[in-house]
Design a protein around this ligand. Structure first.
Ligand SMILES: [Mg+2]
Length: 328
């Protein structure tokens, strides 16, 4: 079974427009199967154990027909990496036409973070700001920053302000202002997210298809947490994004614009997913063959990726897939 997957794979390297997570390009492995295309693109430093759900998700995408969509257009937020200066910020915002929510990456430098938010508020009056801290703040840092930023304008929510469950509980107790907290890493880095109880820890759950092991698993988690949710991505190519759109189209309630516009941060993508009036349409597509050729990686990188798939498979993806019965 693994052999037939390895036979169908292609790997491309897609350049980004701007440094994001200190990445200047994104390597993406593609699997073609009877149900379409799947993307396997865990960040390069991830160990095989962390890659398992990503591979399961890619195989699900290629072999399992997605759920029936309940909506055709998915509202998206703009994503603002940790860049500075009004000109740079305005340019990035222009890549997300019509988006009324902006997710701002913060946590590295408080002064620069506050300035970045101020500029966005000036450029888009009435903008909804959500912060993404990737768990980098201590509880005191978080209280300090959030109270300061709330005093100067409204906030939509803050994603993963602190890393651990205990810190997030403490933060909720210490905050003297109303502030919604979304959980991201606490869910996707958990070895068994279905066992997590997040009441009193977060108010919103961020779901990312690939690190959670696919659409079916994400829908199970949505049901389990029974909280408002937001669907997001991990700087995926259009193939990965299309499965995020599928998930967002299948959940019962979609109260927040989704983090699925990140294709705008890539200088080249596998197909066009234009942002129209702040939303992206859910559609089936196949990768542009020209981009597949243009962005194909070297033989050495292909071998590296083949080996990564093999290791990930034997680290637990094999058992997970066998249980689902997708390849039988
Ligand atoms: Mg996040």
């Amino acid at each position: 079974m693994l052999d037939s997957i390895l036979e169908s794979i292609q790997v491309v390297e897609l350049p980004t427009k701007t440094s994001f997570r200190s990445v200047q390009s994104r390597e993406v492995l593609l699997i073609e199967g009877p149900a379409g295309w799947g993307e396997f693109s865990p960040f390069l430093e991830y160990e095989p154990g962390e890659c398992v759900p990503w591979l399961v998700s890619a195989i699900e995408s290629a072999y399992v027909v997605p759920p029936t969509p309940l909506r055709e257009w998915i509202p998206i937020n703009a994503t603002m990496p940790a860049v500075n200066g009004e000109e740079n910020i305005a340019e990035i915002l222009s890549w997300f036409p019509g988006a009324t929510s902006v997710k701002v990456k913060v946590g590295l430098d408080k002064r620069e973070d506050l300035a970045r938010i101020q500029i966005i508020r000036k450029l888009i009056p009435g903008v909804k700001i959500r912060l993404d801290v990737n768990g980098m703040w201590s509880v005191d840092d978080a209280v300090d920053f959030l109270e300061q930023i709330s005093a100067s304008g409204e906030m939509e929510y803050v994603e993963q302000p602190c890393a651990t469950e205990a810190e997030l509980r403490e933060l909720k107790r210490k905050l003297s202002i109303p502030m919604l907290i979304a959980g991201d890493e606490i869910i996707r880095k958990s070895t068994n997210p279905i066992q997590l109880q997040l009441d009193g820890v977060v108010d919103i759950v961020a779901l990312k298809v690939a690190p959670l092991g696919g659409i079916k698993r994400s829908l199970e988690l949505a049901k389990h947490f029974n909280m408002p949710l937001v669907v997001s991505s991990a700087l995926d190519s259009a193939v990965g994004i299309s499965h995020g759109l599928r998930l967002a189209s299948a959940v019962l309630q979609l109260p927040y614009a989704c983090g699925l516009g990140t294709g705008a941060l890539l200088a080249k993508d596998l197909y066009e997913l234009p942002v129209v009036n702040g939303a992206i349409q859910v559609r089936s597509m196949t990768p542009n063959p020209q981009i597949l050729t243009q962005c194909a990686v070297s033989h050495e990188r292909m071998d590296w990726w083949r080996e990564r798939v093999r290791q990930t498979w034997h680290t637990g993806a094999d058992k997970w897939i066998a249980k689902e019965g997708w390849l039988s």
